[in-house]
Ligand binder design. Structure first.
Ligand SMILES: [Zn+2]
Length: 63
């Protein structure tokens, strides 16, 4: 018997896009309400070392 892969179920868990709550100051991408994120005063960041590092490099002065 030949398996028909077209019959495998699609894995759409939630077709509705999560709400965007702001822009990440690190990667400049949208932060969705479902994303793990950090807030420092008015600054929004993904809870991701890449985003945090990008933000720190932007605001900090290298000595
Ligand atoms: Zn980010």
């Amino acid at each position: 018997m030949i398996e028909n892969t077209m019959l495998l179920p699609h894995k759409y868990l939630d077709p509705v896009e999560p709400m965007v709550i702001g822009e990440c100051e690190g990667c400049k991408d949208n932060v969705h309400e479902t994303d793990e994120h950090l807030e420092i005063d008015d600054v929004l960041l993904h809870d991701d070392t890449t985003c945090i590092a990008a933000y720190i490099r932007e605001v900090a002065v290298r000595r």
